[in-house]
Structure formats: structure tokens, C-alpha cells
Write a protein that binds this ligand. Sequence first.
Ligand code: ADP
Length: 572
Amino acid sequence: MNLSTFIMAFVVLTLLMSITYFYMFAKSRERFIQFWALSWLAYSGSLFLLILSYNFGSEVPLELRKLLDLLNITFLLFGAYSFMHIRIPSYWSRFALYLFIWVLIGIYYNFDVLSVYLPVFAYQIIATSVLCTIVFKYWNVPFPEKGLSITIFMIWGFGKAIISIYEAYFYDISSLYQFEIIFSNILNFCIFVIYLYRTKDSMVFTERFYRIIAENATDVIFYYELLPNPSFRYITPSVEKVTGYTPEDFYSNPTFYRELAVPEEIDALSAFFNGNKQGEEQKVFKIQSKDGALIWIEINGDVLYEGGAAAAVKGIMRDITKVKEDEETLLSSKRSRDLLLSYVSHELKTPVTAILGYINGLKDGTFKSEEETNAALDVIFTKSLVLQRLIQDLVQLSKLEAKQFSFEMTQISALELCENLISAHTLDIQASGFKLETSVDTTLLDKVELIVDTKRMEQVTSNIIFNALKYSKKNGIIKITCFLDRHFKNLVVEIADDGPGIPPEDLPYIFERFYRGSVPALQNEDLGSGLGLTLSKEIVQAFNGDIWVQNAKGGGSIFTFTLPVFKDFLAY
Ligand code: ADP
């Protein structure tokens, strides 16, 4: 094969390479590929000029070749800058342009060969050195690859520069051209490998990057394949945090989502995972986690279609239980606030209207006799007491609920507390015509102590006893029993009456604020506010105790409250 056929083969090869780079650039829009394409385009032009000079025995194409070689190395340098994400210094373009003009002038005015070749030689040496420095400093690969690449760059760049000087002295250097062409193509190949390396690197990086994001996300990302067979193709490990089930549970059972759905949601969730239109509408589902807790999840998903059929469903699942709960709390607190306001205004309106009515009667002389006037004053007094009590109760309740009530806590023996509570009410009970029976486990109660606010506990007991007196017939029996529970952890106080008891339909509500049952009060009817038991419950709970009511078998009701024991001498 003669030299011109050899070179022609490489012209085509380099041109093809350049076209490949242009194509790759059109696809990826990465600037360094564009520079590489331009660089190899210039080189294939340069080789073509070499054939011309070889065939026509002229020096002009060889000199013109210097222009294309200049472009070749400049674009290669620019490619290196942008490959490493470094801004290309503007002086390079200026240098290259001046040199380009200088060579043109040199050819035109037929300057001495060396005065054209030498500046190009110097430019090639400098550009190659910078190129190698860039690769050395910024290319992040292990040393063998880096060393090899730099060596090839150096052999090519310096070699080419030296060959051009040789060319000035010896016209026929065909074997050196062969060397240059082969090396240029090795370099070209080397650059291509560098590119592939980086693409692989960036793919690995991208994959790792997305994997890290997916696996550390608190939301659950999933890909559910419908065709050819329904199955979970991918679900992030976060699913275990949200549902308690592992990704393997989902991978091994294509309809595992059905196990999670609460019965009323199974159809909707199935519709969603089957890619039905109906499934796309519902976004929030109630599911049951592995530990049995009910949780709310919000799914934002898309159906992927293939030839008109739903082929997969992908999406993100988010646990919105907290948001839902907050929403519910907000709603119920708004509801209870509205309820409170309507009750308060109703409860206040009744006594206030009565008071105003009687005061008006007094003012305009409706009540003539002294008895009538006294009776009116009595009503005003009683209604004012109701008002006063209602207001006091409301203030106390709102403070208790807001945990702003200040208690005066004291350490007291359970026995002493029980005796105090009983003695504080003995006279009231007897004066109301009731019989008091007590049963106190003195031996055990003496051995434990409690920490409570005794005044507030008196309030609780008087609420219960006052109700017992209010709702039972006179001459009834009130029985107070105090003992320790069987684990010796709580003081238990039971207050029983032999009244009508509490109708079963009232039982669940009597501790609710303003709830007044259907049992008619037999005494002191007007003094009830429906807040007494609510307050009692709040107070007992503030001391970590509990309170409840049940109906006694033989009739009447039994109110029971417990208070936790603080110091337990039984253990010693
Ligand atoms: P009130 O001011 O109406 O007594 P409470 O909160 O103290 O409000 O009690 C709520 C309701 O519980 C009462 O309206 C009454 O129907 C019922 N109740 C409370 N104690 C007794 C009892 N010992 N016997 C029968 N019903 C009772």
C-alpha cells in the first residue's frame, strides 16, 4: 500500500470519527464533544492536504496544513478544558487567531519556512504541556490510566511539533508521517476511551445518587408492574418504617397491598394498583400496619400505559397519620369549643333571665307584700349562687384542661386522707337526713402514703356525695368504703348510694361537661351545672388516678375513684 492510500484511509477514518462526535454532540449537547468533533475534522482536513502535497510535490499544502494542525490542537485543548469543567481562558483564542493570521501572511508573502513553522512549533509545545497539566491536575482516575493518557498526549503533541520542524529541513519524511498518523489515531482512540470511562462513571454516580436518595427517603417509592404479570418490581426499604412490613413481603406477594387495606378500602386500593381510572381519584387510604395500628397514607401515583393497556403503576406513598390526627384534633376541639359556647350561653341565660325578671318585678312594684318581695329576693339569691358556681366551675375546668391549675400538693397517709374526707362530709350527710356507713381498712391504709391536694380531693368527694344526696330519696344510706387494691398500688374509695342509680343510656356520658342525666334531682335541683363530675374526673386524673361509676346490683350507684400510692411501707 502506498503512502497516499494509507493516508486516505486515515482521512476517511478521522472524518468518520469526527462525524460520530458531531452526532454524539447533537444528542448530548456536551460542549467538549463538539470541540473533539471540530478537532478531528481539522485533522482529517490536514491529512487531506498532506496527500495533496505528496501527490503534487508542492510545499503550499504543507504550509496550509499548519493552519489546520493549529486548529486541531486548539480544539483539543478547548475540549480538555470543558471536559474538566474549567473555563477556557480567552487568551488561547487570541493566541490561536494571531498565529493563524501570521501563518496566512507567511504563506502569502512566502516567508522563510522556519519563521512560519517555529511559532506553530512553540504553540504546539505549550498547548500540549497545558493539555497534559490539565489531565494531570483535574482528571480523577487511578494513576496507571492517567499516566498512560499523559504519555500518549505528550508523544503525540511533542512528536507532531518536532516532525513539523523536521519537515522544514527534509522534504521527504514519509515514515515520520506514518508515525504521526498512527499516533494521532491512538490519541483519538484514547480520548474516546476517556469519554466512555466518564460516561460509565457518571452512570454509576447517577445510579448511586438516586439509590441513596430513594433508600434514605422517608416516603415510600414503588414501581408496580402489571404486565406481563402483576408484581412489585421495586419498593424502597422505608416501607418497613411506614407499614412494619419489609420490601420482601411485597416482592413475594403481588397483591400484598390487599393485606394492608382495611376492609372498606380493599376495593379502592386494588383499583389503584390495577391502574383503573377510579383508582386514580382516591389519594388517601386507611391501612393497617403490622402492629395493628391504623395509619393514613397518601399515594401520588401514575399509571404507565403500553399500547393502550395499563402496564405499570409507579408512585410515592406518604404516611400522613400525624397530619390526619392533627386535623381531627383541630376539628374536634373546634366542635367542642362550639359546643361549650352554646352550653355556656344557654346555662348562663337561664339564671340571668330569671334574675332580671325578678329584679324588674321588684322595681315596678309587682311584688306587693313583704312575703312576695322576700320570695323574689330568695330566687334572685339562689340563681346568683347558681351563676357563681357555674362561673367558678368553668374557670376551674378551663384551668385544669389547660394544665394551668396550681395544686397544693401534700404528702399524707392514705388513712388520714380517708378520715378527713369522711369527717368533712359526715355532718352534711346526716343533716340531709341520710345515714352514713363507712368501712375503712385502717391497718393497710395506715402503711401507705399519697401525694395529693387534699382540698381538691375534698371537692371531688363532695361532688359525688352532693349528687348522691341530690338524686336519692331522704333517709337513704350513703356508704363510703376505703381500701387498697389487691396489688397495693392504689387507694380505692367507693361512694355508694341507694338512690335510683344511673340509667344505662346516661352511663357513658355522665363525666362529660354539661351532661345532665335523665334522673330528676330530688333536692337542690337548681344548683346543678353538669360540670361537677367533669371537674372531679379532671382533678383525679391530675393526680394520675382514675374515676368511674357503676350501678349497684341492689339499686343505687357506686362512684369509685383511685389514687396511686406514693410511699409504700408494706414492702418493709
Ligand atoms: P349535675 O350538676 O347535673 O349533678 P354532675 O356532673 O355532677 O352534674 O352529674 C352529671 C349527671 O350524672 C347528673 O345530671 C345525674 O343525671 C347523674 N348523676 C350523678 N350522680 C348521680 C347519682 N348519685 N345518682 C343518680 N344520677 C347521678
